[in-house]
Design a protein around this ligand. Structure first.
Ligand SMILES: Nc1ncnc2c1ncn2[C@@H]1O[C@H](COP(=O)(O)OP(=O)(O)OP(=O)(O)O)[C@@H](O)[C@H]1O
Ligand SMILES: [Mg+2]
Length: 343
């Protein structure tokens, strides 16, 4: 894999990644079927899906490691099949397993890559040191990479992918196996490279990661897209907000359910029978809950408004019988998504 960078070489308008009707077959296995995707420049796009959903296959097609059986994909304005060398010059890739030279030091690995990309010796060392610092590897910089822990090797691999400041960066499960601190470090580095203009496509099994980091998300299931949009779009589409009411006196539970029903609100008591959860469509519903219970003289100990989590969204989107064809649910066009960077 060429790790050559080249940001600024092209000024392609529109999405930096465009996938249309991509299919990939491995003999009889259909790893991807009819996948469409558009990722705006300077954003983070998260690919979610169960094991075997096709995430790595899609990343590998976009990074020119494998060819699609059908359909087209363009990265930074170039076709991944017909113009693979141009694509390779503009991307960085880290796969699910590290690919560094374990016999030399972490620093030498990064210096070597920078030199291969054409940097002068001093520049190469400066870039290596900068990345080692970002990934908290300075103390281990001079040790052979094979002495690094698994998490350190993952971070070094990610650093190696960024040496050439690529225009588009593909990260296949970049934080798998990392401890919480290293995960936060990686998130910060992703935010930094995107702030500097790169586009990142990452796969993850951690839904919180996608929620915190991704501007837009595509959920794959059994090789097809089942939903795409911003994390907020997906939550709004699948789950509603809920208000959980904790009663001051559990004896009022039945009265609470009854008077909420009278106000047209469906409430479900929890197992402890001290709380009820009410789906709410708007702020008006929340106000109605408060007013109704107050009018009925039912004292409330706590009122909690909860957003659906991305976990709930994911489970509801991907929990389908295998025989059922995935239904396409485009929630919103990624083109229209405005950046809202979450810290
Ligand atoms: N080289 C290959 N030869 C045959 N089948 C393959 C090959 N690569 C992937 N597949 C199959 O394609 C499907 C998608 O695999 P892929 O690795 O893209 O899934 P994934 O979403 O990345 O899963 P995971 O979360 O486990 O990494 C799986 O059924 C897998 O077995
Ligand atoms: Mg994978």
């Amino acid at each position: 894999m060429s790790r050559t960078g080249g940001r600024g070489l092209t000024a392609v308008p529109g999405p930096v990644i465009e996938v249309t009707g991509v299919e990939k077959r491995f003999d009889r296995v259909v790893a991807l079927h009819g996948v469409d995707l558009a990722v705006p420049r300077g954003t983070v796009h998260g690919l979610l899906g169960h094991n075997g959903a096709g995430k790595s296959t899609l990343i590998n097609i976009l990074a020119t490691q494998i060819r699609p059986s059908r359909g087209t994909a363009r990265v930074a304005g170039y076709d991944v099949v017909g113009e693979a060398p141009q694509v390779r010059r503009r991307i960085g890739l880290t796969g699910q397993s590290a690919t560094l030279d374990e016999r030399i030091s972490g620093r030498d690995n990064l210096v070597l890559i920078a030199r291969l990309l054409g940097a002068r010796s001093r520049q190469a060392r400066a870039r290596a040191d900068e990345l080692l610092e970002s990934f908290r590897l300075t103390d281990a910089a001079k040790r052979q990479a094979r002495t690094y822990s698994g998490g350190m090797q993952r971070r070094l691999d990610l650093a190696a992918c960024l040496v050439g400041r690529p225009e588009v960066i593909f990260l296949d499960e970049p934080t798998t196996g990392l401890d919480p601190e290293s995960r936060l470090t990686t998130w910060q580095v992703v935010r930094d490279v995107v702030r500097d203009g790169s586009t990142v496509v990452l796969t993850t099994q951690y839904l919180e990661e996608a929620d915190r980091l991704a501007d837009t998300i595509t959920v794959l299931a059994r090789g097809g897209v089942v939903a795409s949009g911003t994390p907020a779009d997906l939550k709004a589409r699948v789950g509603g907000r809920t208000v959980t009411v904790t009663l001051a006196a559990p004896t009022r539970l039945a009265a609470c359910v009854q008077c909420l029903r009278g106000a047209g609100l469906r409430s479900t008591p929890d197992d402890t029978r001290t709380k009820v959860t009410v789906p709410v469509g708007s702020a008006r519903d929340t106000a109605a809950i408060v007013r109704t219970l107050d009018d009925a003289g039912i004292e409330v100990a706590e009122l909690l408004l909860a957003e659906p989590s991305l976990d709930e969204v994911y489970l509801s989107l991907t929990a389908r019988p295998p025989a059922e064809a995935p239904e396409r649910t485009r929630v919103s066009s990624p083109h229209s998504v405005r950046r809202s960077r979450r810290e």
